[in-house]
Design a protein around this ligand. Sequence first.
Ligand SMILES: [Zn+2]
Ligand SMILES: [Zn+2]
Length: 128
Amino acid sequence: MTKHSRQRDAVYDNLCLRKDHPTAEEIYLSLKPILPTLSLATVYRNLSMLEDEGKIIRIGSGGTARYDADMSEHQHLLCEKCGKVFDIMIKCDGIIDKGAEKFNGKIDSYSVLYKGCCSDCLGKTNNI
Ligand SMILES: [Zn+2]
Ligand SMILES: [Zn+2]
C-alpha cells in the first residue's frame, strides 16, 4: 500500500470512528500523533477525494466545513452558539421529486441544515 492511500484510509477510519462531525483540522490534530508526516493540506485533499467517491459527506463549506462518514439518510443541526453539528435522524421523503418539479436539470441529492441552539448551550444560557 502506498503512503498516500494509507493516509487516506487513516482519515476515513478516523471519521468513521467519531460522531462529532469534525472539521479537517480536528481530524488532522487527532491523526498527527500517529502520522507525523501528515499535513493539513493532505487531510483536505483526502477529504475531498472521499467526498467525490461518495464515501463521506461535507456539511457547510470553507474552513468551517465539517465531515460525516455516516451515509445513512439523516439531516444535521448546526448550533450557532458552539458550532457543533448534531444528527437529526429524519427522512425528507419526496423532497427530490418536489425539487425536480421546479428545476429543469437533474437532481442527485439534497441536504438540509437546521440551525439553532443545542441543549448544552440552551442550558448555559438559561443558567445565567
Ligand atoms: Zn451548542
Ligand atoms: Zn451526521
